[in-house]
Design a protein. Structure first.
Lengths: 385, 262
């Protein structure tokens, strides 16, 4: 079949024809970024062919622990999630914002125009896509638009992939952010792998996605195959390694500001900032101005920053949040409560990265459960009885 | 019009390996710019020509290990408008501060053929223990670009852009996968001061703390994780914290804790 499919339609691409999808994106000058094995992990980086994908590899994740493992089959997307999210491409860790030069009558600023490659992201998970939609609100749908994010984001092609398995630190179902990809994609794939069958059910999300698919060999997906794909992701939803009860979560966090558990977390927290770096919604940055030795030339650079750094809350006289406890509380309360006031949604998508990549394995879902179990309001009610 | 006065720079050596002051010579591309911006007034490692004191900026490498050096640093402070310590020896006492955890006489008897010629203090201490220090640049060795940044900031009257957060942030910014979480490799990164650019984890090694403790190091939480989850022996925990920054307060407390628990 060679005609272009319609938006909303489901088609089948055989494993043998998968390379054509990448070829079609390559022909459109996209820089293709997808999962690939590096240093015993499945990371997102530039790929050029299907052979760069983590064929037959998977990951095992637990709190403070990640291990790359072999699968029994040759699945292309048979892993859960990478160490870092797509944030590193849409909201880069370091960026020069402008350069300035001293002139006879002051100084002249040259802004660094956003010059991002046109990315095609291969293998975006539902939680990650929701995280991107959350960062869209932060960077593009407010009074001030970040031109760097905007140019990268609006040009990006998104090939999402529904999860075929849930990780031990996953809780996207709890956050209503997965595992099924529901919006914001150009193409959404579900991988079907059986002893004599390896193919992808592809949902067409946009006109652009349809055009790309028109250049690839595909078949129409029968109702039965669509249902099978649906069944795969439904099963994943029931395999979540972790749960986070979000009932009344904003109020729960606000009224437990003085909960004794914060002190307990503070004793374990390294304040190393790994959780914020790997979080797909964390967006904080700092700027640094540098000059050359003569002071004639200056540059402003932007870097990822973290609320776990002392400098982050430094005002005259010292850092506002100097204790470990205060910094973890700030971060977790932002994700689960103040984010709602600020942007209208929760700031967590349940990807579980903060649990896996915390070197000492602090688990946000356990912390919520602990606080809920000994909720100050609950305790007050019990006392009154 | 009077020619603008170029600040006079002096570079001093105490107990150390010279590696940090060599970083200045190692600057290559930036060296000429530095030499153009300052008057190199005293730098025996680089030039025999010396200018008389006072000096605008003194860079001090090394720790205080002799009575003579303890006096000499006082003189240097007196003739220096600003004094910046560079490297783990100057900022924390260096690897030679291992003597602080033992009896220096025992070392002397083992190492030297004629121990009677050795006249040394019982401890190796950082420069800031003896005199007021305007700024401390960490590292074993220091990062040469950070040294240029410190000189640059001094020349332009601004605060240096030197972050004191963890090495983990440097790993994440450069996209290095965590060696502790993904490989089970013990890494000091979460408690160590940034500055090296996270070199060791980029080569699949754990950080061994060359830049000393970060701003708020939770060493006990990290060592507990090493011991209980990664199975690191308590003696190895002592050895890891007793490296180039052994005498830095937070690292010292951690190794002392495990030693006293023996």
């Amino acid at each position: 079949m060679s005609s272009t499919p319609n938006v909303g339609e489901h088609v089948i691409v055989k494993r043998a024809d998968f390379e054509q999808l990448l070829d079609a994106l390559n022909a459109r000058n996209y820089q293709i970024v997808g999962p690939t094995v590096q240093e015993k992990a499945i990371v997102y980086d530039e790929i050029t062919s299907v052979n760069d994908l983590p064929i037959g590899w998977t990951d095992e994740q637990d709190k403070g622990r990640y291990r790359l493992k072999r699968r029994a089959d040759e699945a292309l997307f048979g892993y859960v999630i990478s160490p870092q999210s797509w944030k590193k491409f849409l909201h880069p860790a370091s960026l020069r914002l402008w350069q300035a030069e001293q002139t006879d009558d002051g100084f002249h600023i040259t802004e660094t125009a956003p010059t991002a490659p046109q990315y095609a992201f291969i293998g975006v998970r539902a939680c990650e896509l929701n995280a991107i939609l959350i960062q869209d609100r932060v960077f593009m749908h407010d009074t001030y638009v970040d031109p760097n994010y905007q140019s990268r984001r609006t040009e990006a092609f998104i090939m999402a992939v529904n999860c075929g398995q849930a990780g031990n630190t996953c809780f996207c179902s709890s956050m209503n952010a997965g595992p099924k990809v529901s919006a914001g994609f150009d193409l959404a794939l579900t991988e079907i792998i059986e002893p004599d069958r390896h193919e992808f059910v592809v949902e067409i999300g946009t006109e652009l996605g349809a055009e790309v698919m028109g250049e690839v060999a595909y078949q129409t997906a029968s109702q039965a195959v669509q249902e099978q794909a649906e069944q795969i992701v439904t099963e994943v939803a029931s395999q979540m390694g972790r749960l986070l009860d979000t009932t009344d979560i904003k109020a729960l966090m606000y009224r437990n500001f003085e909960h004794p558990e914060w002190e307990n977390i503070g004793n374990r927290c390294l304040t190393c900032a790994n959780c914020t770096m790997v979080c797909p919604t964390c967006f904080c940055t700092t700027v640094e101005d540098v000059t050359d030795l003569t002071g004639q030339q200056a540059e402003r650079h932007r870097y990822w920053d973290s609320c776990f750094n002392m400098e982050f809350s430094y005002i005259h006289g010292g850092s506002v949040r100097s204790s470990n406890k205060a910094r973890y509380r700030q971060w977790m309360t932002h994700k689960l409560a103040t984010w709602v006031d600020q942007f209208g949604t929760l700031g967590c998508v349940g990807c579980g990265r903060c649990i896996t990549w915390c070197p000492v394995g602090i688990d946000i879902t356990e912390e919520v459960a602990t606080i809920r179990k000994t909720d100050s309001a609950l305790l007050t009610r019990l006392r009154e009885k | 019009m009077l020619k603008k006065h170029k600040p006079k720079l002096a570079v001093w050596k105490f107990a150390s390996c010279d590696g940090c002051q060599l970083s200045l010579l190692d600057c290559e591309d930036e060296l000429l710019a530095v030499a153009g911006a300052v008057e190199i007034a005293y730098f025996p490692e680089a030039s025999r020509a010396t200018m008389r004191p006072p000096y605008d900026l003194s860079l001090v490498e090394g720790s205080i290990t002799t009575a003579h050096d303890a006096e000499r640093i006082q003189d240097i402070r007196r003739v220096s408008k600003s004094l910046i310590t560079i490297g783990a020896c100057a900022t924390a006492g260096g690897i030679q501060s291992l003597r602080n955890f033992a009896d220096v006489q025992d070392f002397i008897n083992i190492v030297y053929a004629s121990p009677e010629y050795i006249n040394t203090l019982a401890t190796s201490t950082p420069i800031a223990t003896h005199v007021f220090v305007d700024y401390q640049l960490r590292g074993c060795p220091i990062n040469k670009m950070q040294l240029v940044e410190v000189i640059n900031a001094y020349l332009n009257g601004r605060k240096p852009n030197i972050a004191s957060h963890s090495v983990c942030i440097e790993c994440k910014r450069r996209g290095t996968t965590c060696v502790m979480v993904a490989h089970g490799t013990p890494c000091l990164g979460p408690v160590t001061h940034a500055g090296c650019g996270a070199i060791c984890p980029a080569y699949n090694r754990g950080c061994y703390g060359c830049f000393g403790p970060m701003e708020t190091p939770n060493t006990s939480a990290l060592s507990t994780q090493w011991h209980e989850t990664l199975g690191v022996d308590k003696d190895d925990i002592i050895r890891v914290f007793r490296g180039f920054n052994a005498f830095a307060e937070e690292f010292r407390k951690e190794s002392d804790y495990y030693e006293s628990a023996k």
